[in-house]
Design a binder for this molecule. Structure first.
Ligand code: PAF
Length: 286
């Protein structure tokens, strides 16, 4: 595996790789876990060259403490990537990614106006900035993202559309990887105390139980039940639970308002902000 830290070296390596096949990109912020490795495995199966970027992008953090405390584990990440058969690990510095301030403002539209949008002002614009740079540097055939960040995938699709498609780049969305107790894998989980770690799976378990109740309850009853049930656990404080259309990300009021209903949750467990989601149904799936 080649570790590349500069954009010019990356462009050179990519030109070579593209001359003899496809390139799969897995953008990450490092602190890798099995969730990332499942994306890498899929990219490995589907492409000739696999590039993984590991960069804690400052422009997408609206909270300085969150940026400062975001786990950084470069050595361990490189070992994992090497054994997963990655060809190129791109690990730039902030100066390399942003030699000058990125003042671009993306017109991300309604998909970015709800849920994480208002809760984390500037976050999605920062994601669009860094991911558009990564797509420009790597010109991937396919790019892989985890569905834990469900809304982020819609935002990235919108950014790709705004930027003219990056030569037919395919955005591949991959299922959430979970621990045995149901907790969605996340780099932030390491910040949970041992007591909180025991409680945190209540998010996934409650979402799963709501799947059964959904058949008998109205959308609002289901939504409220999820919030109230999770909030009854110690440490838990739900920031929002929205049931949205899985394409437009717009909250729906009745089940009959959408063919693709996804419940998206953000909840604090102590100081740690966790996110998760569940698909109630998707009648649009082929
Ligand atoms: O999902 C993430 O880890 C980040 O938002 C991403 C897509 C790597 C951009 O920094």
């Amino acid at each position: 595996m080649e570790i590349i830290r500069t954009v010019s070296e990356l462009r050179k390596a990519i030109a070579e790789a593209r001359s003899h096949g496809t390139v799969g990109l897995v953008p990450t912020m490092g602190a890798l876990h099995d969730g990332h490795l499942s994306l890498v495995g899929r990219a490995r199966n589907e492409n000739d060259t696999v590039v993984v970027s590991a960069f804690v992008n400052p422009t997408q953090f609206n909270n300085p403490t969150d940026l400062a405390t975001y786990p950084r584990t470069e050595e361990a990440d490189c070992r994992l990537l090497e054994s997963a058969g990655v060809d190129i690990a791109f690990i730039p510095t902030a100066e390399e990614m942003y030699p000058e301030e990125d003042t671009r403002v993306f017109d991300l539209g309604p998909v970015a106006d709800v849920m994480e949008g208002p809760m984390r002002p500037g976050h999605f614009n920062g994601v669009a900035q860094v991911v558009s740079k990564l797509f420009d540097f790597t010109r991937p055939t396919r790019a892989y993202f985890g569905e834990k960040d469900f809304q982020q995938i819609a935002v990235i699709r919108r950014m790709v559309e705004l930027e003219g498609g990056f030569d037919g780049l395919e955005i591949v969305s991959c299922p959430i990887k979970r621990h045995e107790d149901g907790l969605a894998m996340s780099s932030r989980n390491v910040r949970l105390t041992s007591e909180q770690r025991v409680i945190a799976p209540c998010i996934a378990l409650t979402l799963k139980s709501s799947l059964i109740r959904q058949r008998e309850w109205s959308l609002e009853e289901t939504r409220r039940w999820v919030v109230e049930t999770i909030n009854r656990f110690p440490f838990m404080d739900v920031e929002y639970y929205e049931i949205v259309d899985g394409i437009t990300m717009q909250p729906v009021k009745e089940w009959s308002d959408t063919d693709y209903a996804v419940g998206c949750i953000t909840s604090y467990c102590g100081e740690v902000r966790l996110i998760d989601n569940i698909t109630y149904y998707n009648k649009t799936a082929k």
